[in-house]
Design a protein around this ligand. Structure first.
Ligand code: ATP
Ligand code: PRP
Length: 217
């Protein structure tokens, strides 16, 4: 039996779509209720909080997972990325009010000590450090768009898809930093122990990705 970790929340529906289009059994997933472990045919699915999915694979609780590369990078965990599904597309970006956007145009010197609110502490520090900017980090667990309006931060570092949340909160994208999509990943030991089964899943998902099957349904 192969164990796949899947993120709950807004990515879950996309994951079910990917698996269904790849020919994996998903009826139990569609009817999961409050269950967090679902067994169907040759598969066991673990439904995990998105930010915990990389750890499920790294520590061997799951052989494979679907996860956004944002949470994978934030986890700072080495996993084998087998496939980019291209679904769940969004991007990481710095966003803020117009006066902060203006500061960014002035170069790194003017950004020293910038207060940045984010759920992605590791990625934010790494991104700003790459620009030569040391930041003051405010780690939040959601609704980060609140922070500039409340005077808690100068800007945010977060996921943007349609941009509607930013717009509704008087913020706009200042700099896009990382394209994000759902990736199929595996743990190194699972690859060694269960390569044949994993290879079958990768092939099935790859065929679905190439045929863009979810666009037909
Ligand atoms: N607006 C969005 N559009 C597409 N994908 C998104 C969007 N926001 C978040 N995601 C993706 O969803 C995944 C998890 O996001 P997030 O941490 O916000 O969890 P969630 O879906 O809100 O679930 P939970 O409430 O359990 O934390 C990430 O991989 C992220 O890329
Ligand atoms: O560009 P948009 O299409 O508006 O999407 C972006 C929003 O989606 C995510 O939040 P989510 O809904 O996961 O809630 P959260 O703020 O509690 O994480 C993200 O953190 C943004 O707030």
């Amino acid at each position: 039996m192969l164990t796949l970790a899947l993120p709950t929340g807004r990515s879950f529906g996309e994951c079910v779509k990917i698996l269904e289009c790849s020919g994996l059994p998903v009826s139990g997933l569609k009817d999961a209720g409050r269950s967090l472990v679902i067994e169907e045919g040759a598969f066991r699915y673990i439904l995990s909080k998105p930010s915990d999915v990389p750890a499920m694979v790294y520590y061997g609780a799951a052989d494979l997972a679907l996860a956004g590369n944002d949470v994978i990078e934030e986890a700072g965990i080495a996993l084998a990325e087998l496939l980019d599904t291209g679904l769940g597309r969004c991007r990481m970006a710095v966003a803020g009010p117009s006066e902060i956007a203006e500061k960014f145009r002035g170069g790194a010197q003017r950004l020293m000590g910038l207060k940045v609110a984010t759920k992605y502490a590791r990625l934010a520090e790494r991104t700003f450090a790459g620009w030569g900017v040391q930041i003051k980090l405010l780690k939040l667990n959601g609704s980060v768009e609140l922070a500039p309006a409340l005077g808690l931060a100068d800007c945010i570092f977060d996921v943007v898809q349609t941009g509607k949340t930013l717009e509704a909160n008087g913020l706009s994208v200042i700099k896009e930093t990382l394209p994000v999509s759902l990736r199929l990943v595996a743990g190194v030991s699972s690859i060694q122990l269960r390569w044949n089964s994993i290879f079958g899943v990768v092939g099935a998902v790859n065929s679905a990705v190439e045929a863009k099957k979810w666009k037909q349904g």
